[in-house]
Design a protein around this ligand. Structure first.
Ligand SMILES: Cc1cc2nc3c(=O)[nH]c(=O)nc-3n(C[C@H](O)[C@H](O)[C@H](O)COP(=O)(O)O)c2cc1C
Length: 186
């Protein structure tokens, strides 16, 4: 199988905060991606709280957009913050909306996860929470390397640039692996 075809990836960040370490980590990943990969970042800030009554009337436009972007992408890259040992409500809400029928768009999608937090565990618990949801959604989660950026305030500069060389190395490897992984499911 060729290992050089173009791969399109949709980035989804579970924090809406302007100074988000997770959005900064996602941007670092984009800077470290292989050249044949394109990454678009989804805007999930306008997605309303999930309500089945609303869903039965039709998907709100920001959800339609997200579902289309997921369908069109060869792979997904989740930047997963940790709130109270789980993924954030913002991320779960976006996933819940996008996952509804018809044509559940996550099914069969390859994806990778990364996360940054002030604590030592670097969102490990939240990422395993997200991995569990990915299993239910029939996604193919890249196993390695895992990217847990702990003590994030020491790993990014004031402009949001990732300064930790070890983390950069792991992210570069993950992006290369995600490209190969996504090609396998194309
Ligand atoms: C409601 C809430 C719960 C949090 N729970 C955790 C937690 O369980 N584990 C952790 O490492 N950090 C926790 N934090 C700290 C976040 O990791 C920190 O705010 C981080 O910067 C959030 O990601 P962001 O920078 O991308 O917004 C929590 C923060 C908030 C606001």
């Amino acid at each position: 199988m060729s290992d050089s075809g173009k791969v399109s990836v949709l980035g989804i960040c579970g924090s809406l905060r302007k100074g988000s370490f997770n959005m900064a980590a996602l941007k670092a990943a984009i800077a470290l991606k292989p050249p044949e990969m394109n990454v678009t970042v989804a805007d999930i800030s306008q997605i309303p709280l999930y309500n089945e009554d609303v869903r039965t009337q039709g998907f709100p436009p920001p959800v339609e957009t997200l579902r289309r972007q997921i369908k069109e992408a060869d792979g997904l890259l989740f930047a997963c913050p940790e709130y109270n040992y789980g993924m954030t409500g913002v991320l779960k809400n976006a996933i819940d909306w996008a996952s509804r029928p018809p044509d559940q768009p996550f099914a069969g999608k390859p994806c990778a996860l990364l996360g940054a937090a002030a604590g030592m565990a670097g969102t490990a618990r939240a990422q395993y929470d997200l991995r569990r949801a990915c299993v239910f959604l029939d996604m193919h989660v890249l196993n390695k390397p895992e990217i847990f950026i702990g003590q994030a305030h020491t790993k990014f500069d004031d402009a949001g640039n990732l300064t930790d060389e070890a983390a950069k190395g792991f992210i570069r490897d993950m992006m290369a692996n995600l490209a190969s992984w996504a090609r396998r499911f194309k």
